[in-house]
Design a protein around this ligand. Structure first.
Ligand SMILES: [Zn+2]
Length: 160
């Protein structure tokens, strides 16, 4: 339910698990209440929220369906959305510099031009075998974050 938010938390460098990526046996809600209790559970599910509270599990209820609004909600937890090349947005693995061989292998597989390595600094997810760099996708993310930031300031002015 909160996949986009999970992706943004990873982009901002936060170690974030997503329930659909985890392997476990039995009931999903029960798993979330009783496992990974060193983490804060983010959920839109009011029942799960209440159950977690009752069980003393750290939990935060997300109210909005809109990812920008959800991002504003979690700033109440002290989350700061700054773009970081710290972890893979797909799988949460910490990123590192690729070796020449790794970079070339991905570029060959994905048909990326050789000069990428001259133009950008590259990061690598060894689990997804994926390269990251601060290209146009990165610039779009910067713009999106500026919008999120701006509208939260609007809200501070209008809502307080
Ligand atoms: Zn990955």
């Amino acid at each position: 339910m909160l996949k986009k938010l999970a992706t943004w938390l990873r982009i901002a460098g936060y170690d974030t698990l997503y329930i659909a990526d985890l392997e476990f046996n039995g009931d999903e809600d029960t798993f979330m209440v009783y496992n990974h209790r060193d983490r804060i559970l983010l959920t839109k599910d009011k029942e799960l929220f209440k159950r977690s509270k009752a069980a003393g599990r750290p939990v935060f209820l997300i109210r909005s369906d809109d990812v920008a609004e959800q991002m504003r909600e979690v700033t109440k937890l002290g989350v700061k959305f700054e773009l970081k090349m710290d972890r893979c947005s797909v799988c949460n693995t910490p990123l590192r510099k690729p070796s020449d061989e790794e970079a070339l292998e991905v570029m060959r597989r994905e048909g990326i031009k050789e000069d990428l390595r001259q133009r950008y600094e590259l990061w690598y997810c060894e689990r997804c075998k994926k390269l990251y760099w601060m290209g146009s996708h990165w610039r779009n993310m910067v713009k999106f974050l500026e919008r999120v930031e701006r509208s939260s300031n609007d809200c501070k002015n209008e809502c307080s």
